[in-house]
Design a protein around this ligand. Sequence first.
Ligand code: M6R
Length: 378
Amino acid sequence: EKQGFKHYMLKEIYEQPGVVRACLEAYFDTEWSAAKASSPTKIGLSDAVLDDLQQVQIIACGTSWHAGLVGKYLLEQLAGIPTSVHYASEYRYSASPLTKNTLTIGVTQSGETADTLAALAMEQERRSTLSSGFEARLLGITNRPESSLGHLVPNIIETHAGIEIGVAATKTFVAQVMAFYSLAIDLTYRRQARSSEALEQLLDGLRQLPAQIELILESQERYIEELAHDFAETQDFIFLGRGINFPIALEGALKLKEISYIHAEGYPAGEMKHGPIALLDAKVPVVTIAMPGTVFEKVLSNAQEARARDARLIGVTPMDEQEAADTFDTLIPVPHVDEILSPILTVIPLQLLAYHIAARRGLDVDQPRNLAKSVTVE
Ligand code: M6R
């Protein structure tokens, strides 16, 4: 069943190009161009759900919460809708005020996470006490539409990841992020927040992602496996990113914690100087995601601050960026891509890094200690 892979997690990492293709098929009009008068997306949500939104709130746990953070960036930067992201376990005891035009999105791959379900049930209850028409603005993003979540909410975007067995979420994360691209692009089109040409460019970029993930897997996996040898004794890791890649820094750190039991923290690179930089020394590797775009120079200068503390600097960055090559001790190259699409690529090497460090330590990658695939208790 593992089809020759040593662990389900590695098999699932390799399934990601296919998952992105399946999501593209399901969510987008693949023939779409700026000349067409119709929507570029086909996510099947009605006007009652998506029109006249004033705000979006996203509720999730763990990796799904990270996908929500990428979603926030897309909804705000593309569609221009104020968006907040909440831990379900917090939200259920301290809900935000709602308006009639608030869309609430629960993200859960399993559709069975107790905290997420409880927070959404609460939202549904609150809505039913408000004026009519309002109940529609509740949406689930899940890999299992037949789950408890599917029964709870009136609208679903299904993520097309196929069943995921490894406790560490990989392909379901990428599928959730794809769902957010489709939702954000749908809303951007509805609100005419970007030109058709800009949307066409974005769609072209999305279509190239599967082949670009394949390229990373083909060209980087052996190298990352080798690199993992260097961290046999490492006890702490820092992951840095900014903007749309800040959630990927969090996700890289979570993957490593979960399966290798190494302490890891993800930080927005600009926050390092406000405290965490005190942790750094030669024993703490710093993995920085540095993709050309709005914060590229900023991230590189944040990484240089870490260099001054003797930390080993590992950069997830395009190959031919001289300034990045000069900044980092070790490069993990990813293809050049529009910054807004980059999380789908930058997460791949971080999944591989976590996987190979854990596998090298001889740990039970697919079933790490103290963790279950879905957390059905509060
Ligand atoms: O099934 P869900 O997406 O609701 O699960 C949420 C978290 O429990 C889950 O993402 C967890 O953090 C993963 N093990 C991360 O790899």
